[in-house]
Design a protein around this ligand. Structure first.
Ligand code: TRP
Length: 324
């Protein structure tokens, strides 16, 4: 079975856009592979300087994926920082990556263009990411388009290491572009935490309803026949409702006694049907950090031997003695 690996930066508490756009599709895809899913906390450190937030987001992310159906017996769920072997590989890779390639990095260039003074972590971000991937001999890396350039760095350096130190030493990974559905936020723009238009994933039911009611719609009078397609309410509804339900909403909105308020209520109910049971699991897990720690520790213990084997292979190939 091919290996798939992906990392999630713990830089916010997951919202509905993360769930519909990334988590749900990723969990479906994961079934086709031996899957590795890790919390990229050292990547988050490039921007996150708050101990409590780092802790909280790490648990939020772990509890969210578990509540959304990640089965830790099938998918390796671990925390990047728990497997420190990644840094040994990071250094080896850094010695084979030209600084020019990192200087062309989009995030690094963006930071410079904005007049920021990016830290060396941002500059070296793609090196650590390549190590994340190559350490576990991943065949496939499901990523969004924004991560393609990072994947290219991982592929290039794997090929170079193989060329210099021996073919077959590292697996050259393939990117698998995930066609994530675009999830609109309250204002119709792509849902994102920074835009302040997101719908929280596991907020209490009441808050979920209140937030759904804030979705911006046209100010058509109730009796007007309105077109469902193209509206934020309907776009979101399509992501959680059945085809039959979608057809009904389209028809209903053309009726004089059914308006956006009704459509939002239907959306809320569909969301609640999908999220309600998961919220319960989430709340129970999120309230038990010891349990989350134990699960993450188990995940790390399962993948560490793979990391160690890669490091041993690489050390041997570069002319260093294997550690006992
Ligand atoms: N850079 C990725 C992101 O921001 C997170 C990440 C870190 C990752 N290491 C990875 C993704 C390795 C895939 C493989 O989304």
């Amino acid at each position: 079975m091919q290996r798939s690996l992906t990392g999630i930066k713990p830089s916010n508490a997951p919202h509905l856009g993360n769930y519909l756009g990334a988590i749900r599709p990723a969990l479906r895809l994961a079934q086709e592979y031996e899957s590795f899913l890790f919390i990229a906390d050292y990547h988050a450190l490039t921007t996150l300087r708050d101990r409590e937030a780092m802790r909280a987001y790490t648990y939020d992310v772990a509890a969210t994926w578990l509540a959304c159906g990640l089965d830790p017996a099938k998918i390796h769920l671990y925390r990047q920082s728990d497997v420190t072997e990644v840094f040994e590989l990071t250094w080896v890779l850094a010695c084979l990556i030209a600084t020019g390639q990192l200087e062309r990095g989009v995030s690094y260039k963006d930071a410079l263009a904005k007049g920021e003074a990016p830290n060396a972590g941002i500059f070296n971000y793609p090196v650590l990411m390549a190590a994340d991937i190559l350490l576990y001999d991943a065949d496939v890396v499901p990523v969004g388009r924004d991560q393609l350039q990072h994947l290219e760095v991982a592929r290039d350096v794997a090929a170079r290491v193989n060329h210099v130190f021996g073919e077959g030493l590292l697996v050259v990974p393939e990117a698998r572009i995930t066609e994530a559905p675009l999830v609109p936020g309250l204002d119709g723009q792509k849902m994102s935490k920074s835009k302040g238009n997101s719908i929280p994933l596991f907020a209490p039911q009441k808050t979920l309803r209140k937030t759904v009611m804030q979705i911006v719609t046209g100010s058509d009078p109730l009796e007007a026949a309105v077109e469902a397609r193209g509206s934020t309410v309907y776009e979101l509804y399509q992501l959680v409702a059945s085809e039959e339900q979608c057809r009904m909403m389209q028809e209903s909105l053309r009726r004089p006694d059914y308006g956006w308020g009704h459509a939002k209520q239907a959306l809320f109910e569909a969301l609640e049907a999908e999220l309600g049971p998961r919220r319960e699991v989430y709340d129970a897990l999120r309230g038990d950090e010891a349990k989350l720690e134990a699960l993450l520790a188990e995940g790390a213990a399962r993948v560490r031997p793979i990391a160690r084997a890669t490091i041993a292979r690489v050390r041997e190939a570069i002319g260093m003695r294997s550690r006992p």
